[in-house]
Design a protein. Structure first.
Ligand SMILES: [Zn+2]
Ligand SMILES: [Zn+2]
Length: 469
């Protein structure tokens, strides 16, 4: 009778999978995201029911969530202890939980995120040894609204934000909401607006690209606000081919050694005794061995060359497909990637870590220890510089500002300027080995070389004039 009542009064989406007098299994999923919120539960009905309570088992791999749900359902059914209706109450509880808990589709990710933030605090405590509670990174979640509050603190810098999880996470329901599977909103920070804006924008773009279907790494690269200039990779590839590597030197050395051995063997075969051209210097057997060895060595060399050529061909094919770029049509959003953990990882890697980032050129911290000092570097804009002195000061401030080229490492503006304008031109980043590019400087080696040569010439001229005077 209770089963019958259950199928009459239950919400329409509660699907009864199986029922026998001793157990009943049912599943339920939230409306707009079937796959991620489908949960199945089995209730075993003892012979003495309703005097002894039903046994509830939720079919879930996530242990924390399973335990939470099972205890909630048991608690609900316990209120009708000894009466009929306990099974209905338990299933109602399941439906209510699925309908109202916004974090259901990202439960595991959220757990990982809170762990990551927890780790930050432990790391911080070890390094700085201060137990200042104000300096702790925190994360708090509201299951009913689906909102996460995140505060990242590191040294004296902080960045706090909210992340709103969409009902249809990891996707969205309407096209207008596309890219908003999680919405990042900055709440407060003492980073300069220019840096904050750049990072927050990239973070939201990352979420969007992952909803399109990209992996974290692809989405991260594609969301870089600095675009590669035309032919950027071609230049880099060309550089690789002319570079004399350790390996090339080795193979050259081996080539000359092989030639020497072959030459010696030829001598064994061909040498004649100096006083009689018709008499060979070496015996017939020795000469035969020498001839065989020449063939053996040259054959193995030819095989080696062929293998190397084959490898080179394969590399060219790979390179071509790499240069062709991403096949954008593959990322049409039909396979949205979960983006919450990626978003938090980005915020930690790129924003939380900023105060410990070191400039690859001068190896000192890129951000000043005092956040106010950093803010003053951004204070004056070009429009409110009236006197010469103000202009000069602004220029000096700009030199100290942090700047991020395409590789993602942070430099001091003046350090990067020196790095870009002085030879070797087109060098790779001292920290991550990727090629450095920033739109403030030309990516054309010839231009940079010419500029440098002009500057050197000017300096020489000044020296000459000094000498003359
Ligand atoms: Zn520097
Ligand atoms: Zn770098």
């Amino acid at each position: 009778q209770e089963y019958k009542q259950l199928s009459n009064t239950a919400p329409p989406k509660l699907r009864i999978v199986a029922k026998t007098p001793s157990f009943i299994t049912a599943s339920y999923a939230r409306a707009n995201n079937v796959r991620k919120t489908l949960i199945q539960a089995t209730i075993t009905v003892p012979d003495e029911y309703p005097q002894s309570p039903p046994i509830i088992n939720v079919d879930l791999k996530l242990k924390g969530l399973k335990k939470k749900l099972e205890s909630a359902m048991t608690q609900e059914s316990m209120q009708l202890k000894g009466q009929y209706g306990q099974i209905i109450a338990a299933f109602r509880c399941l439906v209510h939980f699925i309908d109202t808990n916004k974090f259901l589709p990202c439960w595991r990710e959220l757990k990982d995120c809170t762990d990551m933030v927890q780790n930050l605090n432990e790391k911080n405590q070890h390094s700085s040894n201060n137990k200042n509670t104000n300096n702790k990174s925190t994360v708090s979640c509201n299951e009913l609204t689906g909102k996460i509050r995140l505060k990242l603190c590191h040294n004296r810098y902080y960045y706090s934000c909210s992340i709103q999880i969409h009902d249809a996470y990891p996707s969205t329901t309407t096209i207008a909401e596309w890219g908003k599977a999680c919405v990042l909103k900055m709440v407060g920070t003492n980073l300069p607006p220019k840096i904050e804006n750049m990072m927050s924008t990239q973070a939201q773009d990352l979420v969007r690209k992952m909803q399109d279907g990209m992996s974290y790494d692809d989405a991260f690269n594609a969301s870089n606000p600095i675009r590669e200039p035309k032919d950027f990779r071609k230049h880099a590839a060309k550089e690789v081919t002319v570079r004399l590597t350790q390996e090339k030197l080795k193979s050259l050395k081996q080539d000359t050694e092989t030639l020497k051995v072959v030459g010696n063997l030829r001598h064994v075969d061909g040498d004649s005794v100096s006083w009689n051209a018709k008499v060979k210097a070496h015996g017939a057997k020795e000469r035969k061995d020498a001839r065989r060895n020449i063939k053996k060595i040259t054959d193995s060399e030819i095989a080696k060359d062929l293998a190397a050529e084959e490898k080179d061909k394969q590399w060219q094919i790979d390179e071509k497909s790499r240069l062709a770029g991403y096949d954008i049509s593959a990322f049409d959003g039909s396979n949205p990637q979960p983006s919450l953990k990626a978003l938090v990882r980005f915020l930690i890697d790129r924003i939380w870590r900023l105060p410990e980032e070191k400039c690859p050129v001068c190896t000192t911290l890129v951000l000043p220890a005092n956040p106010d000092e950093l803010l003053t570097l951004y204070k004056s804009s070009s429009s409110d510089c009236k006197t010469e002195k103000e202009k000069k000061e602004r220029k000096r401030a700009k030199q100290k500002r942090p700047i991020r080229p395409i590789c993602g490492c942070w430099y001091h503006y003046s350090c990067l300027d020196k790095f870009m304008r002085e030879p070797p031109f087109g060098a790779s980043c001292l920290s991550c080995k990727a090629r450095v590019y920033h739109p403030d400087w030309s990516d054309n080696m010839q231009t940079l070389e010419r500029e440098w040569a002009n500057k050197q010439a000017r300096l020489r001229e000044i020296e000459d004039v000094k000498m003359f005077l």
